[in-house]
Design a protein around this ligand. Structure first.
Ligand code: FAD
Length: 462
């Protein structure tokens, strides 16, 4: 009897899952395996919001497999040792896994291959599972191993022909006798954010179907509208792989229209950051383009960092975004840009401090997208205008013109309307005394000057 193991990592789904399909095609029985990897917890990456979402994903994956006659086998410990053990217990000849991107995932793959080969087994690694176009599949001319600028990458990426999405398998036969750690009940794994979305493939597919029907067409005009909340909110599903990027692209393209084109372009941003990280794994920690910055940190800007984290900077749109992050474990992209620009440019604080805080809370917190977007905003990454500084008052008036987003997240400003919502300090002192809201912690012009001095000149407005 031929047996294969499918090691699930950031691909917790049964639809469009090449490793699962390949294993089922080659073997009569398959072990769908998830290992709770203790190295991820040890690295401080198992944040409570993502742990709660992961729990939902595992419960759902198990249910989807059971509906097809199978089940999920869950183990915990060292991912390589556990996978080898399960492969030996099941008498499996092959282990299938999706190709990873980060430094850690690349090393995991190497260790796993070596350990399996020592036991006479084979590792089969599948591309285009976690991303639509595999990192390294398109490269610029001149021998460089990755694209450093988005627009040419987008052009090359758009010319790639993608495979058709694969259907979910009808039946999955799992060998008897393999023990599995229980998936904890929902009340045992609580996220930190009270408004956290539910995880799992079925929740993701429902969200996709509804959003494609009622949100996609308006995406082109609405994606920056802060109160409109008109983006897909599919990022946690992409992070955990409960939805496949190839399927999302196919479904968006089949709907057509400007909204679909813009949405596919955003999915390309995701692949873009993944190909940068795959080629330069160290830029999860180090500047992609060092600018000789003299960042401020917890010792030199401790109080300002604390105010930023708490959503008490005195700049309403930044504070609203930070409160959304705390409450939902998710933040609108425009909010992320403003909150990150405020920290790294206006306060001139090291991007790593902001990225860490986001990773502690974001349910979609992702090494490639988070670290490289932070670097993009900080001007140490791939932005072709690294000196730009976003002005939170102007940006607030542009993307939240009547202040609905601010009032939603800052109830203490509920009485403010009109342009004053984004500059409460312009109201008379007697009125301000009625709001429990801080004065600005920094003057925008002084912040910009400090950044330009630290960076050696060259900032521009936005
Ligand atoms: P939509 O607008 O509906 O876009 C669809 C999908 O495209 C997203 O789900 C996402 O997978 C991808 N996408 C959109 N914008 C970007 C982008 N700029 N870079 C890469 N992929 C993108 N995204 C994460 O998934 N994880 C993170 O940890 C993360 N951290 C960020 C930190 C900062 C400072 C900034 C500025 C952006 C960050 N982003 C991150 C990118 C982006 O903000 C989110 O992907 C997006 O807000 C998710 O909402 P959505 O699913 O409704 O997006």
């Amino acid at each position: 009897m031929q047996v294969s193991v499918v090691l699930f990592t950031a691909d917790l789904r049964v639809h469009d899952h090449p490793p699962l399909r390949a294993a089922l095609a080659a073997a009569e029985q398959v072990v769908p395996l998830f290992v709770r990897d203790r190295a991820i917890a040890a690295a401080g990456f198992a944040a409570p919001n993502r742990e709660a979402f992961l729990r939902d994903c595992l419960t759902d994956l198990d249910a989807e497999l059971r509906a097809r006659g199978g089940r999920l086998v869950v183990r915990s410990g060292d991912v390589v040792a556990q996978t080898c053990r399960v492969a030996a217990q099941a008498g499996a000849g092959e282990v299938h896994v999706a190709a990873g991107v980060s430094d850690y995932a690349q090393r995991r793959e190497e260790r796993l291959r070596a350990a399996l080969e020592r036991d006479g087994r084979r590792l089969r690694v599948h591309d285009a599972v976690l991303t639509a176009v595999p990192p390294g599949a398109v490269t610029p001319s001149g021998g460089r191993d990755h694209f450093a600028v988005f627009t040419p990458y987008f052009r090359a990426w758009s010319r790639q022909s993608l495979r058709d999405p694969l259907p979910a398998p009808r039946a999955v036969r799992v060998p008897d006798g393999l023990d599995s750690a229980p998936i904890p009940a929902a009340d045992r794994v609580r996220g930190r954010s009270p408004g956290l979305a539910a995880g799992g493939e079925r929740a993701g597919r429902r969200r996709l179907t509804n959003w494609r029907r009622s949100g996609l067409a308006a995406y082109a005009t609405g994606h920056d509208d802060l109160p409109g909340d008109a983006t897909s909110r599919l990022s946690p599903h992409l992070h955990f792989g409960t939805l496949s990027p190839i399927e999302l692209i196919a479904r968006a393209r089949s709907a057509g229209g400007a909204g679909a084109e813009d949405f596919v372009r955003q999915l390309c941003w995701r692949d873009f950051h993944h190909q940068v990280l795959a080629a330069r794994p160290r830029c999860a920690r180090e500047d992609y383009r060092p600018r000789d910055d003299h960042w401020r940190d917890a010792d030199t800007a401790g109080e300002e960092i604390a105010a930023w984290r708490a959503g008490r900077t005195g700049y309403p749109v930044v504070d609203a975004a930070m409160r959304q992050l705390a409450y939902e474990g998710w933040m609108h992209n425009r909010g992320r840009l403003l909150a990150a620009s405020f920290l790294t440019k206006t306060l001139y604080v090291d991007w790593r401090i902001g990225a860490r805080h986001f990773l502690d809370l974001l349910v979609d917190g992702d090494v490639a997208n988070n670290q490289l977007n932070w670097q993009w905003v900080a001007g140490t990454g791939t932005d072709t205008r690294p000196g730009r500084v976003l002005n939170p008052v102007r940006q607030g008036r542009r993307f939240d013109p009547d202040g609905r987003y601010v009032r939603r997240w800052l109830p203490e400003l509920a009485g403010l309307t009109g342009p004053a919502v984004h500059a409460p300090w312009t109201r008379p002192a007697a009125e301000r005394a009625r709001y429990d809201y801080p004065e600005p912690i920094v003057d925008l012009a002084a912040g910009r000057e400090r950044f330009q001095r630290g960076r050696g000149g060259g900032g521009s407005g936005g």
